[in-house]
Every structure is written in C-alpha cells, then in structure tokens.
Write a protein that binds this ligand. Sequence first.
Ligand code: NAD
Ligand code: MN
Length: 509
Amino acid sequence: MSVGDKTVRSLDMPVSPEAVDASSTALERAAPFRMEYASAPESTSIISIAPQYGLFINGVMTDGASARRPVVNPATEEVLCHTTDATSADVEKAVAAAESAFGKWRRLAPSERAKYIFRLARILQERSREFAVLETVNGGKPIRESRDVDIPLSAAHFFYYAGWADKLEWAFPNRRVEPVGVVGQIIPWNFPLMMLAWKIAPALAAGNTVVLKPAETTPLTALLFAEVCQQAGLPDGVVNILTGAGGTGRAIVEHPEIRKIAFTGSTEVGKGIARALAGSDRRLTLELGGKAANIVFADAPLDQAVEGVINGIYFNQGHVCCAGSRLLLQESVAENFLGRLRRRMEMLRVGDPLDKNTDVGAINSKVQLERIEELVEAGKAEGAELFQPVCPLPGKGYWFAPSLFTGVSTSHRIAREEIFGPVLSVLTFRTPADAVAKANNTAYGLSAGVWTDKGSRVLWMAQRLRAGVVWANTYNKFDPASPFGGYRESGYGREGGWHGLLPYVELSD
Ligand code: NAD
Ligand code: MN
C-alpha cells in the first residue's frame, strides 16, 4: 500500500491466537518450552575459511599475499583470516575490468542477463546454510536470523530483480532505457550479504557493471559471493569485489569513471561522499542512519506490540538502520506496557550466535561496542533510568545486554543519536498529534512503527510521519518489491521495488 511516496506495510499474515492472547500467559507458557529446547550449536564444518584472501577483479581472485587485515569472530575474538586492503591501483584495475565488461553486458539480450541473475539467486539458495553460518561467524548475528532472514531475503532480492531485467521497456514506457555504466557500491557490516544483494541485483538487472566494497569487519560473505559469480559463469568483470576500509571506499568514490555511487552507512561518511561528488555529473544514493519511533497506542493488541517492540530494537543486536530505537507509549498504557516489556526482556537469550535458540548475538566489533557503551553512559549521566535483565554475558567476545531507558526526554542524546545497539529509549505521548510531533522530532526519517486497532488511525499517522517506511502492527518487515529509503539525514534514493531501478537507469525520450 502506498501513501504519497511512503510505503505502508501492515501485517499480512493472520496472527496466531496465542500471539494476541491479551493475558501474559502466552509468554509464561513459552518460557519453559524455550528452556527445554536447547540444542547443539550449528556446526561450522559446513564452511571453509582460507587463511588469507585477495581481491575479486575481472572474474579472478588475486592471491592474497598482501592480506594484512585481521577478520575477527566478534563472539570469540578469534582471528578467522586476513583480507587485503585494496589500493587506488587495485580500484583502477577493477574499474577497468568493469568498463570493459560493461560494453558486452549492456548489449547482452535482457533475457540472457536475467538468466545469469536467476542463476545467482538459485546458487544463493542452494548454498544458504553455508552463507548463514559464515554470516553468523563473521558478524555475530544469531544463526536464526541469518538462516531465516538475511540469506533468504538476499536470494529473494536477486530473484525479484532478475524478473525486471527483460521488462525495463514496460517499467519505463515510451522512454529509452539505458544503464548508467560502472557503479561503485559501498556497504556496511550490519547486513553484509543482504546489503550486497540490495546493491548488486538492481544494478545488474539494468545492465550496469559493479565495483563493490564490503565493510572491513564483515567481508566474508561478499568473498563467498565472488565464488558464486564464478560458479554462475557470470562474465568476467561484471562484478568486482574489493575489500578494505575507508581508504578503499574513498578511492572508489573519487574514481572519475564510476558513474554512480550507492552508499549505505553512517551519516557522517555519507555527507563526506555527497561533498566529494557535488558539482560532478556522477550520481549518488545514500542510505544513512535512523532513529525510528515505534508508536504504541492504548488500543493496540499489547502482547503483539510487545513482540514488535522487542523485534524492532533487539533484532540483529539493534545494528539496524531502521531499528525502532525510540518507543513512544501512550500515557494511559505506559506502565502496563513497560511491565510486560521488562518481563519479555528477561526471557531474551543472549549468547552464542551459532545456537539456534539465541535471540541476541554478539556486538559486531569492539569499536561498535565502545560507541554503544559511551552513549549508554551518556544516558545515565543525563538522568535517564537504565533497565537491563539479569543475563550472564560470555567472558570473551563483544557483548551488550538488552537495555531499556525510561525517564528519557527529547533533548537527551539517547533520544536523538543513533546508538546502533540493543538500547531502547522510551518516551510517552497523550494524543495522536503529540505522537506525530515527537516521532518527527529527529534529524532522521527512515522508518516508523504504529500499533493501533484502528485502520483509520494508521493512515492518519502514515500521512504525517516523515519516514520512508511506516509499518503498521508489525516491524522490520522487508520485501524486495517494497521500496526502502529515507527522508532528511537518513539519505536519499530508494532501494527495492520499481523505485530501486531508477538510480541504475538513464532515461531519455
Ligand atoms: P561507516 O559509515 O564508517 O562505514 C560504512 C562503510 O563505508 C564501510 O564499508 C566503510 O569501510 C566505508 N567507509 C568508511 N569511511 C569511508 C569514506 N571516507 N569513504 C568511503 N567509504 C567509507 O560506518 P561505521 O563507522 O562502521 O559505523 C558508524 C555508525 O554509523 C554506526 O554506529 C551507526 O550509527 C551508523 N551505521 C549505519 C548503517 C546503516 O545501515 N545506515 C550501517 C552501519 C553504520
Ligand atoms: Mn566509520
């Protein structure tokens, strides 16, 4: 459903009677069940990690002799392997390969291009267990999430855009549709394979060729994807993967032959990239952070809302740009709701990401853990009240307990700044207009959640919330057909759906 240029998604599956049970008995019943259900952690024998990795340029993996950057398992602090930081000279080679591939790739019959993209999607599905374990070992996210969300949605994204490849004439009727050229794509560490899919799939469908840089802490699924490109017989140079950190990113941004940059990451780096491209004819889309409001009205199905709020902030340890990190509770129901929420938080299992019953995994890196700790300290210093369930954290690795702040005012740093961790800030409101004002009181505008029994109120709210995605009675629901992107400091451009093709096509009459 669309309201203006916003996407409004609502729960599309019937809710089980247990989930909407108005009493807390559903949760109490679930607790002992979950305890008994302990199982052996997912085996890592399905994955193989080389000691060192080179770069994927022109269809070939270079030897990795100069691999110096350690890749760490954040749950154990074990060094998994070393990767290579691509230099400007490497970027030059990758762009040259992508340019030479572009000449052929763009002229390939669209139905043939589609076949390659479908093949990438199918191989991702076939190797999904391997990808899921690797994503979890490298990034710290619970295996349940990589298995059920990250990898299937990545494959779905390739399937979806493969379908567009031979329908561009219908997507843009009466226009001449051409690809843009070589595109540079820089992605973050929170959803490594999914962000790769969001970037590469539409680019290839429209006939572009790609130079992509994964984040320095999470390069492993992108490197495995390079192998998938070879397995699919994708023509050499159509996809090039360069590992490295900010320096490699800058070299990609500065390369004059790259016609378009797609970036997902921090607002600070995004603004720097916008400055670097200002005045040039090179294109840019930015998907930056967020500080989304998850708004619960008194008439909402409360147990279902508790689940949505938990999922909204603790999914992927809160390393989610659209995380529902500000909970806005209607005053009349606030105390009741907070009681249920605290009880539910006490049931979250924090620990081994490879354990199928883990709800909250490891924080992605030491640097990110320090950022979270700093902001939580600031929250306490500003006078907000911190609640954390009693949960033993493993001795090694990077961990942070699920956290909840009450007594938060709109001026507090924890109400304004993106924490990008498992930390929820709670505010209250009285009227719908009050909720809108508080929700929009942010520099960001990526997403929002609305929990209410009234359909008319969902629409009223969606029209007023300055956020690219509004979820109604659900949260963090993704679909490749649905455009995703922000207002204001959350960036510009949309990924997903028909809208997601626009940045990758050149239209003329
Ligand atoms: P970042 O913006 O520094 O990193 C994102 C990507 O950009 C990485 O691949 C990185 O190597 C690359 N990069 C870094 N500097 C660059 C430069 N000057 N030019 C080109 N590319 C560059 O993000 P971070 O430092 O890992 O995280 C900082 C904060 O950003 C987080 O705490 C979080 O608030 C936010 N963040 C948001 C998202 C999102 O999905 N919107 C993702 C990651 C981080
Ligand atoms: Mn950074």
